[in-house]
Design a protein around this ligand. Structure first.
Ligand code: BES
Ligand code: ZN
Ligand code: ZN
Length: 507
């Protein structure tokens, strides 16, 4: 069920559910058109009793109104002190409110945001749009495989109206956020799909079906083409599976044909299922490895977001798709394989497969598109989770300027990044005695040595490059403010911001 959100200066009627933001410590509300005197009295009785609701930031209080002729519920939300409420708070509050509205079975809701008396239009518009984005992001559901849901009749939350004095600006900002959310939803859909249905070929064709109508150019390389182009390292990872590997290339050209700007490139690890291969993983929790394509999903989601909002930028997205299985055909520990770049790699652990998929994509993208900047995203190492847990994504960045841009985009979007080290020592750790490189480093700092391995494949130090190890940001085990449990779709929003801030022509 899609959730429609719009912005209005004012409403004439009260029905279903109204949402009222209240500053901390406020004991009464004044006259707010069209809130009638009975409702006003009821709200003020709650406000006066400051134990029930005090207006602290993030507080939510529900007042059912079953006796009222048209209204079912009033929801009070705490806004804390004036200026304390940030854009991110608004987004998270939007998500929290979605859950409250679902609980009270609301179908429509009206948010009295204009009552806050905010003086700066830009600030009010941003808060309104972020509140809407939070609601939208939290409204995501994955119920494709729930057979009882299809026939279920009942109430659905479908319409939210937000009152604001900055109506047209809020709508314009939200239009871009909505495009972001659609990208995030596609990424989540891909991550949540089961691996019997989502494998390299089906991933690629699903994306083509989704993105082609938006004007994205799509190329899919099958095994034969990959062989011809030299994706040997990637092909080795896919050898054990009955499902053949694929490379998917997406090009969004938002700049006019004659503007000669090199594209920026995004690369995603798309291991549609990672058993570990011959170096097989333990059984517990292995089902989560259907999401080992989270990096690929984020790149696809990002391209969807850019194409939906018609971003004025040229971007190439490339995702390496493979299934890592043990079988008679599988690659083994001890094998020596040759990457597209020509370097030989001794395989010491077939579970360190992501890096083998990424390096051919890295080489291909540099050779073919000569990008000025590359970001790769990968659920690359368990060690990344050991280092940062599930709150932050580790970012290995070879240029300070790109890090500053990423850091800024991160604090704006709320997708948290933490800078991690790149160092020659990590590159050296990945050298093999009998081949050029090996795919396994030492016992400690596995996320750093994995990044060091990738760095061997950045041809020119002048190319800005960031490697985001999103292993810790792959899955939510429980619902969060702005996402239900499941695949997160991490990366779409921070990278969309990165582009909007720095790599997009301003119209
Ligand atoms: N896909 C995994 C990493 C991973 C683990 C992502 C948990 C998300 C959650 C990756 O392919 C892997 O297995 N890496 C190994 C590398 C090791 C063998 C050097 C790991 O982290 O154990
Ligand atoms: Zn693995
Ligand atoms: Zn993996």
């Amino acid at each position: 069920m899609t959730l429609n959100i719009n912005f209005l200066q004012k409403t004439k009627t009260l029905n279903d559910t109204i949402i009222l933001p209240i500053y901390e410590g406020k004991k009464t509300i004044g006259d707010i058109d069209p809130i009638d005197s009975d409702i006003k009295k009821l709200i003020n009785s709650v406000l006066k009793n400051q134990k029930l609701f005090y207006g602290k930031k993030d507080e939510i209080y529900l007042i059912p109104t079953p006796e009222h002729k048209s209204l079912d519920n009033i929801v009070l939300i705490g806004f804390g002190h004036k200026k304390e409420f940030t854009n991110l708070d608004a987004e998270n509050m939007g998500g929290k409110i979605w859950s409250t509205l679902k609980k009270c079975k609301a179908e429509k809701a009206y948010v009295f945001l204009s009552q806050l008396g905010l003086t700066k239009k830009n600030h009010e518009a941003e808060l309104a749009a972020r509140f809407a984005l939070g609601l939208k992001l939290r409204s995501y559901e994955f119920n494709t495989y729930k057979t009882d849901n299809k026939n279920k009749k009942g109430k659905n939350l479908t319409k939210i109206t937000i009152s604001t004095n900055a109506q047209s600006l809020a709508s314009a900002i939200y239009k871009n956020y909505k495009a972001n959310a659609e990208g995030v939803f596609l990424a989540r859909d891909l991550m949540n799909e089961p691996p019997n249905n989502l494998y390299p070929a089906s991933f690629a064709t699903k994306v083509r079906k989704d993105l082609k109508p938006l004007g994205v150019e799509i190329d899919i390389f099958d095994e034969k083409k990959m062989e011809k182009l030299g994706f040997h390292s990637h092909l080795a990872v896919g050898k054990g599976s009955a499902r053949q590997p694929r490379v998917l290339i997406m090009r969004w050209n938002g700049l006019s044909k004659n503007s000669k700007s090199e594209p920026i490139a995004f690369i995603g690890k798309g291991v549609t299922f990672d058993t570990g291969g011959i170096s097989i993983k333990p059984g517990a929790g292995m089902e989560d490895m259907k999401m080992d394509m989270g990096g690929a999903a984020a790149v696809v989601g990002l391209i969807k977001s850019l194409a939906t909002r018609k971003a004025k930028t040229n971007v190439v997205g490339i995702v390496g798709l493979a299934e890592n299985m043990p079988s008679a055909n599988a690659y083994r520990p001890g094998d020596i394989i040759k990457s597209m770049d020509g370097k030989t790699i001794e395989v010491l652990n077939t579970d360190a497969e992501g890096r083998l998929v990424l390096i051919d994509a890295l080489t291909y993208v540099q050779k073919t598109f000569k990008p000025k900047m590359i970001v790769d995203l990968a659920t690359l190492t368990g060690a990344m989770m050991v280092a940062l847990g599930t709150e932050y994504c580790g970012a290995f960045v070879n240029q300070d300027k790109l890090w500053e841009q990423l850091n800024e985009a991160s604090s704006q979007s709320g997708e948290k990044l933490w800078r991690m080290p790149l160092d020659n020592a990590y590159m050296n750790e990945m050298k093999s005695k009998i081949a050029d490189l090996k795919n396994l480093g030492g016992r400690y700092g596995g996320a750093c040595s994995a990044a060091g391995f990738l760095q061997h494949f950045i041809k020119d130090n002048k190319t800005s490059w960031a490697h985001l190890d999103i292993a810790g940001k792959m899955i939510h085990k429980t619902d969060s403010d702005t996402a239900p449990a499941g695949g997160i779709g991490f990366g779409v929003r921070v990278l969309d911001r990165l582009i909007a801030n720095n790599y997009e022509k301003k119209s």
